[in-house]
Design a protein around this ligand. Sequence first.
Ligand code: OOG
Ligand code: NI
Length: 406
Amino acid sequence: MSPAVTPTTLRARFAAALSALYGTEVPAYTTLVEVSEQVNAEVLERLGDVAERLGTIERVTAERHGAIRVGTPEELAQVARVFGACGMHPVGFYDLREATPPIPVVSTAFRPVDRAELAANPFRVFTSLLVVDDRRFFDEALEAELREFLAARRLFPEELLALADLAERDGGLSEADADRFLELATASFALSPEPVDRAWYQRLEDVSSVAADIGGVTSTHINHLTPRVLDIDALYERMQARGIEMIDRIQGPSRTEKPDVLLRQTSFKALAEPRRFREPDGTVVDGTLRVRFGEVEARGVALTPEGRALYDGRGIDAFPDTEAELDAANLAYYTRDEHGGLQPIVYEDFLPKSAAGIFASNLTSEGRADATRRAAARDATWMQDVLGRELHDPYALYEAERAASR
Ligand code: OOG
Ligand code: NI
């Protein structure tokens, strides 16, 4: 007999639990979700079925992506077990150290990989790992201190990891185990009340705000949680009208009458959140940190490597005006139904340039990187080894889905 709570249900409940948690921690997130839902209802009203070409309204309403950041390969491997229990698999390798400004992390995204699972609940989490031995950011002494600090912390309790392994082995959990798994998993991503060591945090912040957010504290937390919207231009205007300060632009392809491709994202600025600090003399005082924010995204069709090269090289203006032309020129992925009609395959991944923009728009220090020093070697093969499971290639997933329909 299969377990009562499947990975699909665990994933949907996990996304909902994190959403409820983040709403209590960052109230402006709740506003963002409300405005997204309003805009989506209006687009559905205006366009009817066409509004659902890139996902049913049920999918889009529940759809979230989260972002988390961890410090060690061991922590990343543990994250993979927790998400694995929810049917979320690592897809893609992103090297943000190559971005402008450079961020000392490499990343992947955990998400469902097959169509039915994505339709049921597409929860995905962009997960970044600090590269502590990259000399452009950290010298020998700071690396050693970082390693010691990170080795002494425990992000996920043993009980959670054991339940995660059980869920993967049995293809789900009993009701009671599922409740416990969700309670522990959600709590692992809550903001900790533990005081932050001011001097240590500041030393890392001088290198990179992201390094401080990861290695300056003893736990991890959701950095942001992102709802999906069907008209991001309308959303942007409406948030500003409500007096919420947005970053100055929408990342990704600019506004166009052409078919929607890839991913467009925008965010509101990180808010000052109350945190406690331990001063060098041992006293604990109240203060604030600005690291967490709210982001929203609109998704379009996935591009082939050819389409992506065209987008990266020449921008959205170089694209044809119709889906039929995008398909004929092999620029984007479509499935074909029994009548020869085209269905777009939604882009389920992230964009390194936008990710860098999202990171950068919320940095509180400029950071410093010494380009003359040695980079640490990191690539998809390295990350797959750390994960101890297959790291999927996003293009292979889109390609397989297209091929299966033809
Ligand atoms: C992740 C930034 C990337 C996105 O939507 O591109 C990201 C982070 O800030 O940790 O979430
Ligand atoms: Ni994001």
